[in-house]
Design a protein around this ligand. Structure first.
Ligand code: PGA
Length: 257
C-alpha cells in the first residue's frame, strides 16, 4: 500500500444498488482519469462488503475496509461483526475508534485497543482514528488528548504491528460540520503525531506511517491540505458519497506525488 492514500467513509448511507453504482463509478474514473500510482480505500457499510470486494477484486488500486469490528473473536454477541468475518468477505482494512463510535457507542480506549489487536490478528490493517472535541481544543488540551488516545489505543503494539497501522487525525469539531481544520492546525497536529510515534518507536516507523486528515475535507480544500508535509491523504465522509467529488479529491493527492 502507498503511504499516500485517500479513503472514503460511507458511514450509514446508500442502499445496495446505490453502493454498487458508486463503487463502479469510482473504479471507472480511477481507470480513466487518475494516474496509475494512486490508491484508495472504500469503507462501505457491512452488508455490502462482500459484494463490493467481489465487484472490485481485480482492481489492485482499490482496497475495501469495514467501518468497525467487534472486540471479541466470535460467539454470543448478537448483532456484532467480527474481524474474521470482515476478512473473509475480502476486506483488507478496518476503521477503529471513529469519533462517532467513541461518542455514540461509548467505545473506550481499552475497547479500541482490543479491536486493534483483533484486527491485526485477522490480517486487517487498522485505520485508527483520533481527534479532540472543540472544548478540548479551546482549553488547549488537544495535544494531550491525542497523545493519550495514541498511548492507550495503539502504543502497546510492537514495531511490526505498528507498521501495519494507519492513523487518521479527525478533529471532532470538523467532522460533518463544514469547519475544516486550517492548514496550520492540520500540519501542527500531524507533525505532533509523527513525532510522538518517532519517540515511542523510531524514525523509520514514523516516517513510513500514513497519517490521514479527516473532517470536512472536500474537493475545494483537499489540495491545500494534501500539500502539507505531514498530511498523507484524507479520510473523507460526506464528499466520498459522490463519485465526482471523491475522484477530484483523489486527483488532488496524485498531483502532490
Ligand atoms: P466528513 O466526515 O468528511 O463528512 O466531515 C469525515 C469522517 O467522519 O470520517
Amino acid at each position: 500500500m502507498n503511504r499516500k492514500i485517500v479513503a472514503g467513509n460511507w458511514k450509514m448511507n446508500l442502499d445496495r444498488q446505490e453502493a454498487q453504482l458508486l463503487s463502479s463509478e469510482i473504479a471507472g474514473m480511477m481507470q480513466d482519469e487518475v494516474p496509475a500510482s494512486a490508491q484508495v480505500i472504500l469503507f462501505p457499510p457491512f452488508p455490502y462488503l462482500g459484494m463490493i470486494s467481489k465487484q472490485l477484486e481485480n482492481d489492485k488500486r482499490i482496497f475495501i475496509g469495514a467501518q468497525n469490528c467487534s472486540e471479541h473473536e466470535s460467539g454470543a454477541y448478537t448483532g456484532e461483526v467480527s474481524a474474521k468475518m470482515i476478512r473473509s468477505c475480502g476486506a483488507s482494512h478496518v476503521l477503529v475508534g471513529h469519533s462517532e463510535r467513541r461518542s455514540y457507542f461509548q467505545e473506550s480506549d481499552a475497547v479500541l485497543s482490543k479491536k486493534i489487536n483483533i484486527a491485526l490478528k485477522n490480517n486487517l490493517r487498522p485505520v485508527f482514528c483520533c481527534g479532540e472535541s472543540l472544548n478540548q481544543r479551546n482549553s488547549n488540551s488537544h495535544f494531550d488528548i491525542i497523545q493519550s488516545q495514541l498511548e492507550n489505543g495503539l502504543f502497546h503494539l510492537s514495531e511490526n504491528e505498528m507498521n501495519r497501522c494507519v492513523i487518521a487525525y479527525e478533529p471532532v469539531w470538523a467532522i460533518g460540520t463544514g469547519m475544516t481544520a486550517s492548514p496550520a492546525q492540520a500540519q501542527e497536529m500531524h507533525e505532533f503525531i509523527r513525532k510522538t510515534v518517532a519517540v515511542k518507536y523510531n524514525f523509520s516507523v514514523a516516517s513510513a506511517l500514513t497519517i490521514l486528515y479527516g473532517g470536512s475535507c472536500n474537493e475545494k480544500n483537499a489540495s491545500e491540505l494534501f500539500a502539507l508535509p505531514d498530511v498523507d491523504g484524507g479520510l473523507i465522509g460526506g464528499a466520498s458519497l459522490k463519485s465526482r467529488s471523491f475522484i477530484t479529491i483523489v486527483k488532488a493527492l496524485s498531483e502532490q506525488q
